[in-house]
Design a protein around this ligand. Structure first.
Ligand code: SF4
Length: 306
């Protein structure tokens, strides 16, 4: 653990490479400190079918984020830093085992990057005590090779976003300067490390599922992302998400202050088909309301019983 924590002091846990000494209490762009913070821990049924299955995905939402998206659906915990509670790696390991005991199909680590050393420690402890279900690394896709290499023996499935094909959009909407090259390199590395998605009894056990949230007015970038993914591997599994809802600061940005139209989404779906991408999950546009969580009001995901 002590060796792993050196990656946060100075912090180089993501490509932003802030270089602050988090273990001494300094905070970088993501605002994560020396204490592991989580929001919700519980089973979630809204993930892609091979992750949610019939019993649900054992989800852990971590506090803070290495990006700052104006439209973030989880902004209350990623940017406003509300609804968070500290947890030790030992306590997190116990929660992971509890999720397994409750028949979750997998452990789904949401926005984990800024806490990678603490999470690796928790996974190590949990596996020593019998955790066997697959571990999903559910990330914004802004990852460093150094951390991905360390994760190789702890993670079974990578679930990265590909958010933008243009760094101008990444800077404008997510305050991230070098997203496109970091993101593509990371997904390529994930694919090399874990390979294509593997299923057993219709459930994911290993591999990579890429997520792309189609944004209104950015259809050209969606197509560029699909082209890039096709070049990486035409058999890659892609979740093409239509659930965009203007929340948080997006309500003040005219290009993003509306939902995706059916025509826009259809155009992107048809483009994927024309490229020959076959392993693509699509969403009903009607899923927009259901999948947008409010972390300060109704609890969208059940807490694990104490
Ligand atoms: S994890 Fe946070 S503090 Fe560390 S480099 Fe990334 S944004 Fe900066």
């Amino acid at each position: 653990m002590r060796e792993l924590l050196k990656l946060a002091s100075p912090c180089r846990l993501c490509p932003r490479q802030c270089g602050v000494d988090r273990l001494s209490g300094a905070r970088g762009f993501c605002q994560a400190g020396k204490e592991l913070l989580v929001s919700y821990i519980g089973k979630h049924h809204g993930e892609e079918p091979p992750l949610s299955g019939s019993n649900g995905s054992g989800t852990v939402f971590f506090g803070h984020c290495t990006m700052s998206c104006v439209f973030c659906q989880n902004w209350q915990i990623s940017q406003a830093h509300r609804e968070l509670r500290p947890i030790t790696p030992e306590e997190l390991a116990a929660e992971l085992l509890r999720l397994q005991n409750e028949q979750a199909h997998n452990i789904n680590l949401v926005s984990p990057t800024q806490y990678a050393p603490w999470i690796i420690e928790a996974l190590t402890l949990a596996k020593q005590s019998g955790l066997t279900i697959p571990v999903v690394y559910n990330t914004n896709g802004y990852e460093s090779m150094e951390i991905l290499a360390l994760l190789a023996k702890h993670v079974d499935i990578y679930l990265p976003d590909l958010k933008y094909a243009d760094n101008i959009s990444a800077a404008r909407y997510s305050q991230t300067a070098n997203y496109v090259e970091s993101n593509l390199a990371a997904v390529k590395f994930m694919l090399k490390q874990k390979g294509l998605l593997q299923l057993k009894n219709d459930l994911a056990v290993r591999g990579v599922i890429v997520r792309h949230l189609v944004l209104p007015s950015l259809i050209k970038e969606s197509k560029e992302i699909l082209t890039a993914l096709h070049s990486l591997n035409p058999d890659i599994s892609i979740s093409l998400m239509s659930q965009y809802t203007p929340r948080h600061q997006a309500q003040n940005i005219s290009a993003l202050n509306r939902r995706l139209s059916a025509d826009e989404y259809t155009e992107v779906v048809e483009y994927a088909a024309a490229l020959g991408l076959e392993n693509v999950w699509t969403q009903e546009l009607s899923s927009q309301d259901i999948l947008a969580p409010d972390f300060s009001a109704a609890k969208p995901f059940a807490m694990v019983d104490k």
